[in-house]
Design a protein around this ligand. Sequence first.
Ligand SMILES: Nc1nc2ccc(CNc3ccc(C(=O)NCCCC(=O)O)cc3)cc2c(=O)[nH]1
Ligand SMILES: N[C@@H]1O[C@H](COP(=O)(O)O)[C@@H](O)[C@H]1O
Length: 201
Amino acid sequence: TRVGVLISGTGTNLQALIEQTRRPSSSAQIVVVISNRPGVQGLKRAALAGIQTRVVDHKLFGSRAEFDGTIDRVLEEFGVELVCLAGFMRILTGTFVKKWTGKLLNIHPSLLPSFKGVNAQKQALEAGVRVAGCTVHFVAEEVDAGAIIVQEAVPVLPTDTEETLSERIREAEHRAFPAAMELVSSGSVKLGTDGHIIWKS
Ligand SMILES: Nc1nc2ccc(CNc3ccc(C(=O)NCCCC(=O)O)cc3)cc2c(=O)[nH]1
Ligand SMILES: N[C@@H]1O[C@H](COP(=O)(O)O)[C@@H](O)[C@H]1O
């Protein structure tokens, strides 16, 4: 499966996906990495891995529709069949999400449906939960509400700060996202027409 990865920054999740696709058993090949911000570390990681990169800077577009349309054109140019949002921080329009429904995955640093939106790790600490984690889900128009594919839990320690908890969650992300990408790219899991996950029997 030809995979496109969308990033906005560091790209540690991208790095985990790159390493997964290097395994002989992998059914996925990352063919392009697109960033909405120039000069981020994730672009260097892609280049080092020999993966083509494109920058589609959202600041240069008059509307979300034009920004998303340009991303869509790049994905089509590379024949992408599955899109992974890896630390991508722009909300996507309904038109784009509809077109890529069932082929668009996101990693979120909480056990959804708890703690949607930004600073999920901080929300968990403030709520006093003893278990946190990450979720890989199909992207739906409603933010952080798509069908859940993989989750991994991590303990919250009494000494935790937002930084220490975020680091522990990020290590879980780097296992969960590659696992979810493989499940979808290999056809083991797909999104049903009713919006629920279907596991191939
Ligand atoms: N329609 C749809 N699109 C998404 C785009 C990115 C992400 C990644 N997780 C994200 C979740 C939340 C945000 C957010 O609220 N950012 C501040 C506003 C930035 C902006 O104005 O764009 C960004 C990414 C998830 C979704 C999703 O679940 N549904
Ligand atoms: N989606 C969120 O974006 C953050 C940065 O990811 P990365 O750029 O290091 O992959 C990660 O914490 C992830 O949960």
